[in-house]
Design a protein around this ligand. Structure first.
Ligand code: DGL
Length: 279
């Protein structure tokens, strides 16, 4: 019997969440994916909790209507500020990126001290600090608001980015003792090379995109996936549909950098029109 493929919805404020989708595809290739990037309203990282909750809940409901059976809130800002509100507006299970990132940090640290970097909104919500404190860990949180625009400019390995990273991280690691750094933003996995150069070699970097993909795999009760699993060939080709609220052309052009392969089936969505149609 052909195993039924689950449909996973992935929500982000824009294209950064494609790093989470990329990790999902590597770890959970036996699913199909619906991705929603709210590109017309990004960035979320500088917005209030109320606004983020309203935007993200609308988009998440859209993914549910389209058939998502499990929803991943790839956006760290939306996970930090509005996960409960989003979950309350849906009937399918919802997973954010904060808890999986905190779990991984807990398994990696020896000193019990963790640095978390993210957008202004994620950091001032202290969602990571709370999640880490629940695991007995101490967090030093640092907002790095210049990283998102630098990544979107394509300056992922640029001297300016390295300089900016040094300023942020010198401050973050100033108090000493942290041996793990959590990348608490969708865009930061693209900065891994630069960040690796800037932090001490003994500091482990936790990529919340990867931790989340692993949490999804566990949630679906799937066995660890290897290319030689029975039926692996058939299962290696997930279907993707991308929904965006602004230029499809721009999303496709920039998306490949985040995802690692070409964005094909991308469609423009007007959530206000959708809401009117539903009424
Ligand atoms: N997706 C956001 C996050 O992970 C970064 C981009 C934004 O601010 O919208 O926090």
């Amino acid at each position: 019997v052909k195993p039924r493929r689950p449909t996973i919805g992935v929500f982000d404020s824009g294209m950064g969440g494609l790093t989470v989708l990329g990790a999902l595809v590597r770890l959970v290739p036996e699913a199909d994916y619906l991705y929603f990037g709210d590109t017309a309203r990004l960035p979320y990282g500088s917005k209030s909790a109320e606004t983020v909750a309203r935007y993200a809940s609308g988009a998440a409901r859209y993914l549910q209507q389209r058939g998502a059976e499990l929803l991943v809130i790839a956006c760290n800002t939306a996970s930090a500020l509005a996960l409960d509100k989003i979950a309350a507006s849906l009937s399918v299970p919802v997973l954010g990126v904060i808890e999986p990132g905190a779990d991984r940090a807990a398994t990696c640290t020896r000193s019990g001290k963790v640095v978390v970097i993210g957008t202004e909104a994620t950091i001032s919500s202290h969602a990571y600090q709370r999640a880490l404190a629940q695991r007995g860990l101490e967090a030093r949180e640092k907002a790095c608001p210049l990283f998102v625009p630098l990544v979107e400019e394509g300056w992922t390995d640029h001297p300016i980015t390295e300089q900016v990273a040094r300023i942020y991280l010198d401050e973050a690691f100033q108090t000493g003792g942290a041996d793990v750094m959590v990348l608490g933003c969708t865009h930061y996995p693209l900065l891994k090379t630069v960040l690796r150069r800037v932090v001490r070699p003994d500091v482990k970097i936790v990529d919340s995109a990867e931790s989340t993909a692993e949490a999804v795999r566990q949630r679906l009760h799937l066995q660890p996936w290897t290319p030689s699993s029975p039926g692996a060939e058939r299962r290696t080709h997930p279907r993707f549909t991308f929904f965006v609220t602004d230029s499809v052309e721009k999303f496709r052009r920039l998306g490949e950098r985040f995802l690692g392969f070409a964005v094909e089936d991308a469609r423009l969505v007007d959530l206000e029109q959708e809401a009117i149609a539903v009424r």
